[in-house]
Design a protein around this ligand. Structure first.
Ligand SMILES: [Mg+2]
Length: 345
């Protein structure tokens, strides 16, 4: 079934998409339905705001990304940025640009993914906008969150001798993207041929339905650790490490052998004949947390499940380097994954 968006009109569509939304957070005073949402944060909190704009054909490809997954991911990547400040996401606004290609049912799908993510992470949808676009789909989500005033973690606080930690594993999302790109030809063509993704489910999940590391933020709080610096890994470990070092006026040493990589990522890299460490350093969209802690927290952080120590912070003069398995030292480069860089725009 296909219902044209024009048949509902903008307000009809918004009503339908936001039907039944209940506000769960204390700070959400009034949501969808007036000229503006009303939020109220207690004075001991800092309010965090982050926003993200995703364009069809640049950031996502609907040939292989289901709309529900796209909705989920669009919301989660914003939550990830709030967690990366050591905060808690509380509200989002959702703005969409839609071409005539999209039906009301398509928007139901997209929104069901956004609403599922909000449910999982206890975030309220408090507003948004929809407008027509000449080509394709554009999704802009703004997320608002909070953190205790003395607990906000920036990128610029890393100090010499601090330990560098990373959550989860790296490079899987990038390998998932490579896999989907390879199978795209198949997906576009004969409908009877289904690509075989057996044994590669983890890679696809990491690319199509990433999660934000709320659990790590909770573990750090429970262990009474406030990282000295932190960010989420969206453009690749190498590039994010360089951001932390530059903003903290520091250098770093990371050890190849300590970079966490999943077995499926390694198998796929071999299949594609790609260098595994390069994939883990430069593959994007992991949405893991990269953070530094004082050496005094070594004991606590080394016992934390899902967290790996990968190196340490040095004096700025030493630069940012990777120490390979055979002890060689290479300067880290931010090849990154930023699509704007790829297209050299
Ligand atoms: Mg970020």
């Amino acid at each position: 079934m296909r219902t044209e968006i024009a048949s509902l009109g903008e307000f009809g569509l918004i009503d339908r998409l936001t039907e039944g939304i209940k506000l769960e957070n204390e700070s959400s005073k009034y949501g969808v339905g007036d000229d503006a949402a009303v939020l109220s944060y207690p004075s001991e909190k800092q309010v965090l705001v982050t926003t993200d704009l995703l364009m069809e054909g640049v950031h996502f490809d609907l040939t292989y990304v289901p709309l529900k997954h796209l909705g989920y991911k669009s919301a989660v990547v914003n939550f990830s940025d709030i967690y990366a400040m050591n905060g808690t996401p509380r509200q989002i606004t959702v703005s969409l640009g839609l071409s005539k290609r999209f039906s009301v049912e398509d928007m139901d799908e997209l929104y069901s993914g956004i609403r599922l993510a909000c449910q999982q992470y206890n975030v309220d949808i408090v507003g948004g906008d929809t407008t027509s676009s000449l080509t394709g789909l554009a999704i802009s989500i703004t997320c608002i969150g909070d953190a205790d005033k003395d607990k906000v973690v920036y990128r610029n606080g890393a100090k010499e001798t601090d330990l560098i930690c990373v959550s989860g594993d790296l490079g899987a999302s990038y390998m998932g993207l490579q896999l989907l790109e390879r199978e795209k030809v198949v997906l576009k063509g004969d409908k009877d041929i289904q690509p075989d993704f057996t044994g590669k489910e983890y890679l696809l999940e990491r690319q199509l339905k990433p999660e934000a590391r709320k659990d790590i933020i909770e573990k750090l709080a429970a262990a009474n650790i406030v990282p000295t610096s932190m960010m989420d890994i969206s453009d690749g470990l190498s590039s994010e490490l360089m951001h932390i070092c530059k903003q903290s006026n520091a250098g770093c040493r990371v050890y190849e052998e300590h970079i966490p990589i999943d077995y499926q990522t390694a198998v796929m890299a071999e299949e594609f004949n790609m260098n595994l460490t390069t994939c883990a350093l430069n593959g994007g969209e992991d949405y893991e947390l990269l953070f530094t802690v004082s050496i005094a927290d070594h004991e606590k952080v080394s016992q934390m499940e899902g967290v790996r120590l990968i190196g340490h912070i040095t004096k700025p003069e030493l630069g940012c380097a990777l120490i390979t398995r055979d002890g060689q030292e290479f300067e880290l480069k931010a090849q990154g994954w930023n699509p704007l860089k790829e297209n050299k725009q």
